[in-house]
Ligand binder design. Structure first.
Ligand code: BV8
Length: 252
């Protein structure tokens, strides 16, 4: 935290703190970067070892799953184990604390469940969850209790494959989650964009919607991102070190 404080311009932090304090309705969009300090590789770094030679967009798709079910299933099992062993970090905790005293809608592209484990309620998961499997082209009577064990497990009735409950590239986002995220973007007066490269749509369009509706936009990311130009303020710092500075109440 100390080196980050040196990195950050005190004036920028003061401005961001004032905007957070004055905000009536906060919309937060997080990406893989907020989990980086928990030791969870960001989406594009997750491909180590066997999967290093694949482009993530090629692996996180129904087509890839149909082509290589065993390999993709094992990649998700590996990510589930990694996330289960991780702990939420001060960035997750700061957002959970802020929601306790501000009207705040937390929308995440992440599938790791770390916001919920940090105490955030009612998290809008735009891209689903690593921990909510479902059936791929199931018969409607598929039941995990009678599934044929394997990698992946298959329905004992129709042979359909169990699949991770995440949104793959080329799949629509969950309708309710997308609606709630768009509403939050349209009605907020402050948008915090934390730990995302801003490359994946339609999630990446949300801060622009907030901006067009007159909200202030703060980007928190140690690296440049595609959303920097939408921002009114860019805090070039890790989320786990920066968010507690913005959220901490005076005198705390
Ligand atoms: C769809 C689940 C309709 C799976 C994921 C325009 C409109 C609509 C669609 C499209 C469009 N253009 C293109 C598309 C298609 C596509 C898309 O966006 N492609 C991109 C690559 C161009 N979108 C879709 O397919 C979406 N579906 O729109 O349906 C449709 C249907 C058919 C055809 C067209 C449209 C579905 C997208 C969802 C894909 N699923 N995840 C899984 O996890 O396995 S996306 C995946 O990327 C993760 O969810 C991840 O969160 C997300 C975004 O990445 P980031 O979170 O930003 O992570 P990344 O690694 O990129 O960056 C991390 C950042 O953190 C970096 O900037 C880094 O600097 C920063 N960082 C690092 N450390 C820290 C930090 N920040 C703060 N603190 C730190 N310590």
């Amino acid at each position: 935290m100390s080196e980050t404080k040196e990195l950050l311009d005190p004036q920028q932090v003061q401005t961001a703190r004032a905007w957070v304090a004055a905000a009536r309705d906060i919309f937060v969009l997080t990406g893989a970067g907020i989990s980086a300090e928990s030791g969870v590789p960001t989406f594009r770094d997750a491909l180590t070892g066997l999967w290093a030679r694949y482009d993530p967009e090629e692996l996180a798709s129904a087509a890839a799953y149909r082509r290589h079910p065993g390999m993709v299933w094992k990649w998700y099992q590996h990510r589930r184990e990694m996330v289960a062993a991780a702990q939420p970090n001060p960035g997750h905790a700061a957002l959970a604390e802020l929601a306790g005293r501000k009207t705040l809608t937390l929308v995440t592209q992440n599938v790791d469940g770390l916001h919920q484990r940090a105490g955030s309620q009612d998290v809008v998961e735009l891209h689903g969850s690593l921990f909510a499997d479902k059936w791929l082209d199931g018969c409607g009577r598929c039941d995990i209790a009678t599934a044929v064990p394997g990698e992946p497990p298959r329905c004992g009735t129709c042979g359909a494959m169990l699949r991770p409950g995440v949104v793959w590239f080329g799949e629509d986002l969950p309708r309710v989650a997308r609606f709630r995220a768009e509403q939050a973007a349209q009605h907020c007066d402050l948008c915090l964009v934390v730990g995302t490269s801003g490359l994946v749509y339609p999630a990446a369009a949300l801060p622009g919607i907030a901006k067009d509706e007159g909200a202030r936009v703060i980007v928190i990311n140690p690296q440049p991102s595609a959303l920097d130009e939408t921002a009114d303020l860019v805090l070039r710092a890790p989320a786990g070190a920066c968010l507690p500075l913005l959220v901490r109440q005076d005198g705390a």
